[in-house]
Ligand binder design. Structure first.
Ligand code: PEP
Length: 255
């Protein structure tokens, strides 16, 4: 079965609200690009204005959500609020949050559940740090993350999840995983999904790679069997570079 492709832009804490429409508008003008759904995940402050750009080929997502529907969580935003605003996706478990928020790891499963229950599609991030990779314990480490974060989810809900494998050593470092390294992990994630939730889910789930994806390395990565697109940080802030990445993913889908 051919899985549809995704390229998601994680703007992180970049771009001013006054600049967001111009940047996202240039991306929107280059779409649709065959076989690829593009998602822009800007900071919370830009979501409302960018919602008007949402279309079949361009979706808007957030970079995080709180697991509670409402309440005394100053500074946080719930999955329900994002859904009500019109968001389609939400990134959950990004390594920058896992590293800096001491409670993040323990809350990921609940955040994914909250997103799925409200009809938001989670882009769930997993991936090992450099010491784990150097010990060659990366496959086991990511399996443990999947067990902790996903194994209690219900079939019937989890179908909407998108997984992003993002080795921490590759994020923002300019050093991407090789196509072989990424493919090895993506195949292992797919096998874990099949073993845990059945082969249909294992086959259908989109698994994105993230970590220093650029126009120059995108095609070789996108051609791997189990890579269904990318989560792109730095390069998503440059429209030409980002659109070249989307074209590479489209080209790999047409092979
Ligand atoms: C990210 O932040 O999800 C990411 C992949 O960043 P970069 O592309 O800059 O490595």
């Amino acid at each position: 079965m051919e899985r549809s492709r995704i390229v998601a832009a994680n703007w992180k804490m970049n771009v001013l609200p006054s600049e967001a429409m111009s940047l996202a508008g240039q991306v929107a003008q280059a779409l649709p690009i065959k076989n690829v759904e593009v998602i822009i995940c800007p900071p919370f402050t830009h979501l409302f204005s960018l919602m008007s750009l949402q279309s079949e080929s361009l979706k808007i997502g957030a970079q995080n959500c709180n697991e509670n529907p409402f309440g005394a969580h100053t500074g946080d935003i719930s999955a329900q609020m994002l859904k009500d605003l019109g968001c389609s996706y939400v990134i959950i478990g990004h390594s920058e949050r896992r590293a800096r928020q001491s409670t993040e790891n323990a809350r990921i499963s609940a955040k994914i559940r909250a997103a799925l229950q409200t009809g938001l599609k989670p882009i769930y991030c997993c991936g090992e740090g450099l010491p784990i990779r150097e010990k060659e314990a990366h496959i086991e480490f990511v399996k443990d993350q999947l067990e902790t974060d996903l194994s209690t989810l219900q079939t019937g809900h989890i179908e909407e999840i998108v997984i992003a494998y993002e080795p921490v050593w590759a994020i923002g470092t300019g050093k991407n995983a090789s196509p072989e390294q990424a493919q090895e992990m993506h195949a292992s994630i797919r096998k874990w999904l099949s073993d845990r939730f059945g082969s249909v889910l294992g086959t259908q789930t989109r698994i994105l790679y993230g970590g220093s994806v650029k126009a120059v390395n995108a095609l070789a990565l996108a051609k791997q069997n189990d890579i269904d697109g990318f989560l792109v940080g730095g390069a998503s802030l440059n429209v030409d570079e980002f659109i070249k990445i989307v074209h590479s993913v489209s080209e790999s889908a047409n092979d």
